[in-house]
Design a binder for this molecule. Structure first.
Ligand SMILES: *Cc1c(COP(=O)(O)O)cnc(C)c1O
Length: 223
């Protein structure tokens, strides 16, 4: 089933949109089924779970951290993580910089913006984004590279509202891209938005990376 689902979704995606298969809570056999079908980009939302899977699975898998990250966990994924989608504070970015330096690598990150009209979702607001960009410590970072923005829309059937939120993020992305030359480590290429329920809307609003879990692997069981 997994290979079929992957194929069905991928053939539908425009060429400029990258698919991240969100494998959180799913066993390694499921990931291997997608891997054997040729898929290499997987998303996890817990550092420990991702690290355990990294240890066991083929080393050419590109691991995406899509969840909220605690600073004290950055060190575990710093040696191998491909892209951290959920960077939502300067403090966290400072820790990523520190760990990147330690492992002599540049860690690619997305800044997560708060676009949903829900209190529960993480992310920066516009003012916090400006403060982060203006800070001396951000300017001096050498081991992080900001590759774009990430956001999650409100969980609702109201497509107009979801569209509004994604469009807002797309506009922020374009505006920041205009100014990116001010920072050597800002390379705005990725706009990560869209999940199983709303990825088509996200793509119509300019997404370049979708994070899809349940439509590939089936519903998650948290017990
Ligand atoms: C779980 C998760 C997804 C995937 O959700 P589905 O609805 O299963 O596609 C995408 N993005 C983030 C940040 C997630 O935590």
């Amino acid at each position: 089933m997994i290979a079929e689902n992957l194929k069905e979704i991928s053939t539908d995606l425009p060429e400029h949109v990258k698919l991240i298969a969100v494998s959180k809570t799913k066993p390694e056999e499921d990931i291997m089924e997608a891997y054997k079908a040729g898929h290499r980009d997987f998303g996890e939302n817990k550092v420990q779970e991702m690290t355990a899977k990294y240890d066991e699975l083929p080393k050419d898998i590109r691991w995406h951290m899509i969840g909220h990250v605690q600073r004290n966990k950055v060190k575990y994924m710093a040696p191998f993580v491909h892209l951290i989608h959920g960077v939502d504070s300067l403090k966290l970015l400072k820790e990523i910089e520190k760990q990147g330096k330690k492992h002599d690598r540049t860690i690619d990150c997305l800044l997560q913006m708060h676009i949903a009209k829900e209190e529960t979702k993480f992310g920066l607001d516009e003012q916090e984004l400006e403060e982060l960009l203006a800070s001396e410590s951000f300017r001096n970072m050498k081991h992080v590279r900001i590759k774009g923005l990430m956001g999650m829309a409100t969980f609702t059937d109201n497509t107009d509202r979801v569209k509004e939120e994604f469009t807002f993020l797309k506009e922020l992305f374009e505006a920041l891209k205009e100014r990116q030359d001010q920072w050597p480590h800002l390379e705005m290429e990725i706009l990560s938005m869209g999940m199983s329920g709303d990825y088509k809307t996200a793509i119509s609003c300019g997404s370049t990376m979708v994070r899809i879990g349940s439509s590939i692997f089936g519903e998650r069981n948290y017990n």
